[in-house]
Design a protein around this ligand. Structure first.
Ligand code: COA
Ligand code: MG
Length: 288
């Protein structure tokens, strides 16, 4: 799963536009992209979209609900679970307890709707509050539904009272770099997917591609898009290139004799490199 495209839950026009998208998943949004007085309309539209798009082989359908601390969250779930979303994106998660609470809600609703138990997955937006930053180590073993963790710099800026999350060079301020790294480590420690956050400047595809490549180099396996034009650069950045595959095959071949460490192109390689090479091949296979 390389690309998740956010689609505001109350926009017929954007639902239609998203149809043709090559995103691996759409995230139909009931939270920040929907005005307070439109939530009822949005819930109905999201439910209808899910129900009329049952074939998810090409594109998964996820829903971002409101945070569990908000009274809108339960009505969101009650409205949309019947459409069998592939997953729920849970914003402003404070700790793994939120993911476990959502797990229980989903278990009850799956029974009500006759949906296979445990089939709806969870991705938590794990760095949107100050308190959340101190609980990131707690996701391991929390719930089997947990599929991934992602992070957010926008809500965290508001949470800490920052006027911007960038420094004078345009790079992320340290607090937000910390959020990014801790999200990655939290996901890895929980053995779930680390998914990189949105890139808001949607006209700049080249910068998005570079940021996506950097995210992949760092260990992230996908990224969130906010505009249809962002899907292609993200997919490209998270798909191993023919050169990546060729190199990974050479690494695997170099270890074929069963040794623990080898030299290749004048560099020492050991087990972590072999593991990474297998990961690249697996990613390339998954894209075929
Ligand atoms: N999903 C589906 N379609 C989208 C889209 C999205 N996220 N963003 C834009 N489009 C559509 C537009 O409706 C337009 O289609 P149309 O010509 O049929 O009307 C086309 O793509 C081109 O859009 P463009 O004019 O370049 O952008 P815009 O000014 O209409 O929209 C945003 C810009 C940022 C408002 C829009 O991209 C958006 O709503 N993004 C998602 C925001 C969101 O969900 N945020 C919450 C998570 S942070
Ligand atoms: Mg937000």
């Amino acid at each position: 799963m390389r690309s998740f495209l956010f689609v505001p839950g109350d926009s017929e026009r954007k639902f239609i536009k998203a149809e043709g998208s090559a995103a691996d998943a759409l995230v139909l949004d009931l939270e920040d992209a929907v005005a307070a007085d439109r939530i009822g309309i949005a819930r109905g539209m999201v439910r209808e979209y899910l129900s009329s798009h049952r074939d998810r082989t090409r594109t998964q359908l996820w829903v971002r609900i409101n945070p569990l601390s908000d009274e809108k969250a339960l009505p969101d779930l009650a409205a949309i679970v019947a459409g069998t979303p592939d997953g729920i994106l849970l914003p402003k998660t404070t700790s793994a307890n939120d993911a476990m609470l959502l797990d229980h809600y989903l278990s009850a609703l799956e029974v009500r709707e006759g949906i296979e138990a445990g089939s709806i997955r969870i991705m938590a937006v794990a760095t949107e509050t100050a308190a959340a930053m101190f609980t990131l180590g707690g996701y391991a073993g929390s719930t089997k539904r947990l599929w991934g963790l992602t992070w957010g710099a926008e809500d965290l800026s508001a949470a800490v009272g920052a006027s911007t999350n960038r420094d004078e060079n345009g790079d992320l301020e340290f607090t937000f770099k910390l959020a990014r790294s801790l999200c990655l480590l939290a996901a890895k420690s929980a053995d779930v997917e680390p998914i990189d956050t949105v890139f808001t400047n949607f006209k700049d595809s080249e910068a998005l591609f570079k940021e996506s490549q950097a995210a992949r180099r760092a260990g992230f396996t996908g990224k969130i898009a906010i505009h249809p034009d962002q899907v292609e650069p993200i997919n490209r950045a998270f798909t191993p290139s023919p050169e990546d595959v060729e190199y990974a095959n050479r690494v695997i071949a170099a270890f074929a004799a069963g040794v623990g460490t080898v030299g290749l192109d004048g560099k020492m390689l050991d087990m972590p490199h072999l593991k990474q090479a297998h990961r690249v091949i697996a990613m390339a296979q998954a894209r075929k």
